[in-house]
Structure formats: C-alpha cells, structure tokens
Design a protein around this ligand. Sequence first.
Ligand code: ADP
Length: 487
Amino acid sequence: MKISIKLKFSLFLAALLLLVVFFLSLLVLQGIKSNQQNQYEQYLSQQAKTANTYFIQRILSEENKVPQTFLSAKGQEFARQLESISGQTLVLYDKQGKLISKKVTDTESDRIKHALDYALDNKTAYLVIEDSLYYLTPLIAGNEQLGVIQFYYSLSEHQSFYNNIRQLFIYIGAIVFFLSFLIGNIYFNAFASGIIKLDKMVDKIREGHYATTILKRRDEIGKLSQGIHAMSGQIQKTIQGLKEEEVKLTLAVNKLSQLDIQQKQFIGNVTHEFKTPLTSIKAYIDLLEMYPDDEALLQTAITNIKSETGRLYEMVDKVLQLSALEKYDFELKLEKLAVKQILETVINSLKGRMDKFGIKLSAELRDIYIEGDKDSLVIVLINLLDNAIKYNKTNGQIFVKTYELRYQVFIEIADTGIGIPEELVQKVFEPFYTVDKNRARENGGAGLGLSLVKKHTESMGGSVSLLNTGMEGTSFKITFPAITDEA
Ligand code: ADP
C-alpha cells in the first residue's frame, strides 16, 4: 500500500508530540504522587505525635500513673477520645498486639498483621490497600513502647485527584495528536505538493513528454525541479539527436542500396549497349568473310561499321567522363567564364547539323558570367543543344536565352521537338535512360547525355531542371550562382 509522504510526515509529527505529552504526563503524575505521599506521611506522623502527647497527658492526669493499667482499664475510652481529637478512625493495640479498642476496621488481614508486627518493634509502618491507608505507629510513654496506634486514612480524595489529572493528560494527548496531525497535514501540504508535482513531471518524462516547468521555490525542491527540467531538456536533445541520426542513417543505407542497384544497372546497361554495335560489326565482318567480292555488301558494311564504331567511340567517351565525374579527385579548372561567348561558339559548331534538319535557332544572350570549368560547360551546352536538334521536328525551332536574376544566372534551351512524357522527367537524367530506344539509336544516342549534363552542372555548383515538356517541345533550365563582371 502506498502511503503518501504528507500522511507520513503528519503522523510522525503527531506521534512525536504525543510522546512528548506522554513523558510530560509521566513526570507530572509522578510528582503529584510523591507530593501526595509526603503530605499524608507528614500529616499522619503529626497525628502520631499528637496521639502520643495526649496519651502522656491522660496518664499524668490519672491517679494511677501506670501506663499499662491505664491502657487496659481505659484503653477503649482513650481510643474514642483520640478519634474525636484527630478526626481520624483508629484502632489501639497493646504491647502484645492485642486489640484494645473496639474493632472498627479490618484488623484481621495478614498484611495488617504483618505491619502490626513491624510496628510492635517500635517502628512506623503503613500499607495501602485499594483506597485505604493503614498507618501503624508505636504508642510510647517515656522510652517504653506500650502498644500501637493504627490510623485509618482514606486515599480516595488523593486518588480521584490523581485520576482526574491522568484523565486530563489523556484528553490533552488526544487533542495534541489530532491537532498536530491536522496542522502537520496543512503545513506539509505545501511541501508535499512540490514533491507530487516533481513525481508527475518524472512520470510525464517517462511517457515521453519532455515539457517540464521549474517550480518557483527557494528550497531543495525548487532546485530539484531545475535539475529535472535541465535533465529533461538534455534527454529530449539526445533523443532528438538520435532520431536525426537514425533518419540520416536510414537515408544513407537507402542511398547506398540505391547506388548499389544503380551501379549494377549501369554495368548491365554498359554491357548491353556495347554489345549491340559490336554484334552488328561482328555480323558485317562475318558476311565480308563469306562474300569478300560483294561490292555492295562492302559499301554497306563500311557505312554501318563506321557509324557503329562512331557510336561506340562516343559511348566509351561518355562512360569515361561519367566515371571520372564520379571520382572525388576529379579536378575542375575553375575560372570566370563568359557564358555568352561560349554559347555562341557551341551554337556555331552545331550550325551544320541544324541546317541539315532545317532547324532555326533564335538566341537572346546577355553578358553573364559564372565561375566554372570551360570544358564542362561546353559539354553541358553541346549535349542540351544536340538533344534539341536530335529530338526536334523537321524545320523546328530552338530558343536559347540567358539572363541574371537575384545573384543567379540562368541558361534556358527550349525546342519545338517531340517532348518528354511528364512522368519521365526525372528518369531522363539517369544513365542509359532513353524514352524511345529506336529513336535514340537512330540519332546515335545511348541515354548518357543528360546524365553528363546533370553531373557537370552540379560539379560546378549549379543545377539543371526540365522547365516544360509536352507536345510543344521541351525546355531545360540551368542555374548557376552569378559572379559580377568585375570579379
Ligand atoms: P541520348 O544520348 O539518348 O540523347 P540523353 O541522356 O541525352 O541521351 O537523353 C535521354 C533521353 O531523354 C533521350 O533518349 C530522349 O528520349 C529524351 N530527351 C532528351 N532531350 C530531349 C529533348 N530535347 N526533347 C525530347 N526528348 C529528349
């Protein structure tokens, strides 16, 4: 069973005060008892003295002055007179312990007989039976003991006084106990409420709620609440940190497994893409071996082998570039690049191909500058413009636009070509991904161009995205941090 701290403290205080009252009452009652004893001892010894003096006076007033004779003749009368003088019931014994006066109280009990024997030896004895006190004192004349006077003294008044005081102490004890329990309860309430609050705080922390409050107290409880608050904050931070680490770790694991899959896919793709032109070349060589004199076959073989080796060469070149970009030690020769000039050069180099397909190019070029690697930028632009030609319609159009906005420069290359299906806009940046395998192959593409564009752009601190795509064509946007003309 759980006993609250408040109850424990209150009970402790009440018990402590009750103990104090108990010991105090013991002392007081003991004092009362010994005081009462002193009082009646003094009183009875005074009575004994008076009795003895009166006895001597009576003997002296007698003609026959022999005390024994007086006692045996007038013992009863003397006892009665003594009773009226002292106001005390008494019994008179002679020297042999024989009863002289009339029997008024119990003189037969063993204990009284025993006390009488003691008193006959010239000593004072008294004994208490219930609320009665029997005081036995020697009756003396001169130096001779002539008998014993036994006073009977009622203790009922003393006892009732003593009992009243004891009763009072019991009441006081009960009142002290209840009052101290009540006051203790009220006093410890404030103290215990702090502990209860701390207990609730700890429970909440255990359940994962870390919002705690600092109790405005200037005692140890207030200090403890500060400690709990600080600890809770620390736990929250640690757990938060652990969670963040967990998320990062999960992301890293996912990325690693994704990379692993991508790598396997990449190797699979490389093998597959390389195999196709090699198979075609091998087939022509086999045919030429079989028909070495077939002139038409020779011409077709030369054309096809030339185009396939060209494709292979281009593929090997791009794969090498991609793997070089994957390496950490790939070094960029960063310098200030005038984008406009580089674009114009690239456009010029592609003019022949554009004319071949009747494609018109309109450019709106501003003088913008970036910090980058010239070869990388050329690769990016060539690939994007080459795609804009390859996937354009006959007599289509290409728009090239460069501009600067809020410390960023933008290069937009748009075409009026076949477009890319909306759901594949992210896929096209993956190595070897082609929307239409046949069309890509016809154009000598193997799905590596856009991967190279992405990698090169990002290595120079830029980004590439597909702005629009669909039936009206495609438009790519490249973003780089701008550098000022003076830089
Ligand atoms: P590829 O060498 O085959 O052109 P890329 O990586 O450059 O490879 O392009 C991936 C695929 O994205 C292409 O096969 C093509 O289907 C599509 N694509 C790229 N650019 C364009 C464009 N301007 N218009 C339409 N489709 C494009």
